[in-house]
Structure formats: structure tokens, C-alpha cells
Design a protein around this ligand. Sequence first.
Ligand code: IVH
Length: 681
Amino acid sequence: MEKQAAQARIQELRGILTENSRRYYVDNAPTMSDYEFDILMHELEDLEAEWPEFRTADSPTQRVGSDLQKGFVQRPHRYPMLSLANTYSISEVEEFAARAEKTLENGFSYCCELKFDGTAICLTYRNGTLYRALTRGDGIKGDDVTENARCIANIPQRLHGDYPPDFEIRGEVLMPYSAFDALNEERAANEEPPFANPRNAASGSLKLLDSAEVARRGLMCTLYHIPAQSGLDFESHDEALKAAASWGLPVSGERRLVHDIGGIREYIDHWDVNRKFLPFATDGIVIKINEMAAQRTLGYTAKVPRWAVAYKFKAEQALTPILSIDYQVGRTGAITPVANLEPVQLSGTVVKRATLVNAGQMEALDIHEGDWVYVEKGGEIIPKITAVEPSRRKPGARRPEFPVACPDCGTPLVREEDEAKWFCPNSDGCPMQIKGELLHFMSRRAMNVLAGEATVDQLFDLGLARTPADLYDLSLQELLTLDGWKEKSARRFRASLDASRDVPFERVLFALGIRFVGETTARAIARHFGSMDALAFATREQLLEVPDVGEVIADSVTKYFSDERHLVEIRRLRSHGLQFSVEREDESLSEALAGKTIVISGTFSISRDDMKALISRHGGKNSGSVSGKTTFLLAGENPGPEKLRKCSELGVPVLDEKAFMALLPPDTLKSVPFDEEPTLF
Ligand code: IVH
């Protein structure tokens, strides 16, 4: 690959991976399967290895994903909480074993374990009592979820036996399939969006602000790691876990000690089949070098231990026949074929429907009526059809006829040359599109208004809401006259509309549903232009200056703002008090550095003035010289030797830029200043 192309791809991959990591860890709503994510991460690792000049400390390859969330106190981990190197290839597991055998002279063994698919937790016990529970967070600091951990049935409050006075143990919080199904049924009944999988449900539940609700969610915990740095004198990992079990802790029981790659293979083959019968989700197995001395010899990289590797199973597949095909109309008018299937068990849940994506994909798969198809779960709730089983095709089976008119409004469909999708062009009149726009506007990642499909159907059918601004016109009294609305539901709906006035501009922009403007693009555009007015004035050329905005997006945005109906809608939304500009530069971002006095020295990736502004926006105090009151010295490149000497004399810690950035809540980084622009509306 050419240097420039490599650099562009590296930047692109970083953007995609950072965005998806946030969706996975913070929103608990990934839009990409783990497999797709891991493949892209490996591609980025390879490119950075080939082009070391493009390596940066903030690349997703150098960080563990962050689950830090507002509403929880953050606390530093005593020892960093690392991730695991993972692979889908057995030959890479063989390489891991070969490397271990080459490096380690003495006899050693492998501890094979299940890779539990939940959310990581770190428990501290003091004097036999549960003292603290932290999430992984960004690996350096985690959210304090102690009260919620106390509500997980199999986490003991008190230990028994011969436990050490103060120690940490790490593991995974899981939601068993039975609890997951019950939760999603309840959410569907309340018109709340379902969780995509038990992992998202587990991490979403662990981050609830209401511990009583956590207790109801049926979470469980399984523990698999006592950090070696704790200083407990165990010879091996297995011995440590046995001891933990003897103190009453829930330790993973399915582990096995083996002595060579043959043993590892047997373990993998066994669980590849038998994991289907477990009551909770697993996504692979973990192979750890068992002896502590051997672990010490192998050591760690910045992100992962060299003494362990995770082998991940490819997504499970199921084979089942298609019963019929529905054609759904999305908010953009795109027609999505969805197959109704003979119900089949897949990764712990029953699958009845799967997407065929679009007309192009149906052609590529060569779907025929009644075909037996392979289904797989990706990041989305609705599984995908990935292939047809040709040996089971009935003789004379025909290709399904793709509709020529919109199944909702009857308008003839259009398909641009070389496009995979058919569209209903009636964007202003097609009920499904209008309702889809409303649902998108209200969705959690947009304005987060609490209402589901049934509410939108009702409001639309009664002629009460056709555009988002109509929603804000609805009064409590008016809602109470509608069928099925009670005081409580009406108040909840109104309150969430009122709260949506504080949703930041970038999400308002995303909520408008401008074609091709997804969350990431909306954020980039919002930060670049700073306000709705500036954006509406922007020319195509100015839009093209925004990183990652190409011609398609620029055309779509200018087209949107040249439509008088959109301008009317935007004016109405403004009059309802929605956020139409980004936060001011001098506004506080967090209290992460409150009470800290910081001295900076040397050069950084941003200017020194910007660094000082960053410190004060996070509540910290800047100081010019090192003294006994200094909390730490933030040292960039070429820091002043005198300052460093003073620090070592006074015992003041020295942090580099990377360590410093890790102290700041990740969602506050990269806020770009903007200039005032003229007002259009
Ligand atoms: S050991 C220093 N063992 O997988 C190594 N992790 O993809 C500590 N996980 O962050 C981790 N099952 O949340 C370990 N049996 C197991 C595991 C396991 C699941 C999770 C854990 C880790 C992630 C890495």
C-alpha cells in the first residue's frame, strides 16, 4: 500500500473503531459484530506495524475500550485492568504455545477457561467483606458500582475460611439467557428498545442508577483472575482460583489444566460444541499460562498480558427454511427485505426473522422461495442471512418477486443505477417514512424521548404528529384525552421531551435524519461549524473541509438546507428551545482534576495554552513552579531538568501526556473551539 493510502486507511480505521468501541462499552448498543470489529482492529495493528511513523498513543490499538459513564464516581484501579490478545485462528494459538515453550524452560501448564461474554468487574474484599466493585472503565480507572454489585445474588458480602485481609479479584458479570429473555419481553411490553444480546444487557444493568432494579435483573458473576501484583503467595493461577473458591467466591468451574497444544485443542473442540448448552453466553476460550513464575517471565505489553490469549469462536450459525418475506420501508424510503423463518435456536435465543439487507444482497445470495438458509447474529438485534444451502432447494422453486410499488403507500419504487437498494420516493407522504423519521428523532442516541412504535403510530394516525416539532406542541392535557394514556405515561413522555432540550447540538443534528449524516459525521460537522446557523450558511466547499466529509455528504447537507420545508421545521424546533450550537470553549468539561495543582513542562501534542485551558476546564489548577503543594508534574517532550529534579527531591509524581489524558473522561476529549457566526433563523 502507498504511504498516503496507508495513512488515510489508518485514520479511517481509528475513526470507525473508536466510534464502535463507544457504542459497545458506553451505549451497550453495538452496530457491528465482534468479529467485524476484531478484523478491523487487526488490520489497524498490521498497518501501524508496517508504518510505525503513523503510530500514536491515542490509537485504539493502544487503549482498552472505555465504559466510563456519567453518574458514577470514578476510582483508579490499583493495578491496570488489561484486555486479552485475541484471535480467531487456531494457528495463532499454536504460535502462542510455541512461543511459550521456547521462552519457558521449566515445565509449565496451560489453564484453559471459558471466555465469558459479559462485562468485566473488579472486586475488592477487605477483612472478608465486600469493600468495592469497579468496572473496567478505561483500564486505568473504573466506575464505582459497589452498591449494584451488592445486588448480584452470587457475589458474597462476606467471605469465610482463610482469606487474606485485603485483596482484589476480577471476573465477569453475566446475564443468563433466561433472565435476558424475561427482561426483553418486559421491555417490549413497556415500548422500550430491547437489548441486542446478554452482554449488552449485563453491562447496561450493572450501570443502572437504581440498585433495586439491578437486583431484579437476575445478574450473576463468575471470577477468573487474582492480579499477581496483589502479593498473595500463590504458585499458580489455578491454585489462586481454588483458594478463592474456598473463601466462598464464585469461580469459573469449567477450567482445565492441560500440558500441550493437543490438550488446548481438545478443550476448544469440546466447548465449541457444548457451549450451546450453557445457561449463559460465551464467545471463546482463554488460555493462560498457569504458573506465576512463568507468567512473570513472559510479562505484559502495554495492553495485554503475554501469558494469555483468547481464542474466539466465530459467530454461531443456524440452518432453517424461509417461510415468507416481508418488505419494510425505512425512514429514508429504503426497502429492506426481511425473511420470516421457521423458528430456530441460535446462541441461546429463538430466531424467527432475519434480514436479507437489500435487493442487491438477495440477488448475490440467489435467494429462492422456501430456501434453507444460514443465519448469524451480528451486532444488531435482527440476525442476518449469510448463505443458502443449495442442496435443500426444492425443484422448481422461484426467485421471490421484489415489489414494484411501496408496500405502504403504493408509490412506484425507484432504483438508481448500480444501487443495491430500492427506494420509495414519496418521502413527504409515505406514512412509514414519516413515522420512521419520528422514531429516529426520538431514539436513544438522538433526542432520547421515551416513546415507542405504538405511540408514534397513534400520534400519526390521529394527525397529531407528522414532524418532530409537532411532538413539542403536544400538551399534557391533550395527551390525557388519548386512548390508553394515563397520567404517569403522559408525564413521562412530556418530561422526556422537556429534557431533550438539553441534548447537545451534535445529537440534535443527528436527530434531524439528514441522509448520510450518522452520529460520527454529525459530531464532526457540529464541531466544525459550531452552530446550526453557520451550518445552514455553509457552502459545499466549506462542508468538504470537514474531516471525513466527502461529496456525497456535502451534497446531501446542502440539499437538506435548501429545502424550505426543512427550514420551517428547524425554525419551529429552535422556538421550542433545542440546542442549536456547541458548548462554549470556556465551559467546564468535568471535575476530573478538581483539587489538583498541576505544573506543566515541555511540549505537547497541543499548544501549552490549550493544555492549560484543558486543565482548568477539568477543574484543575495551573501553577508555574513545583512545590510541596504540586499534585503532579505534567511532562511533555523535553521537560525542564530543573523541574524534574525538584519533583524527585519532593517526591512529586511525573505524568506524561498519555497518562494525563487517561485521567480525563473520554467523552470530553477533542472539543474544538469555534467562532461566532451570523444568525439565519
Ligand atoms: S483474564 C490480565 N479470563 O475478556 C487478564 N478474561 O477480551 C485478565 N474475559 O477483559 C483477563 N472471560 O473481561 C480472563 N476466563 C477469562 C475471561 C476473561 C472473559 C474477558 C475480560 C477481558 C476480556 C478480554
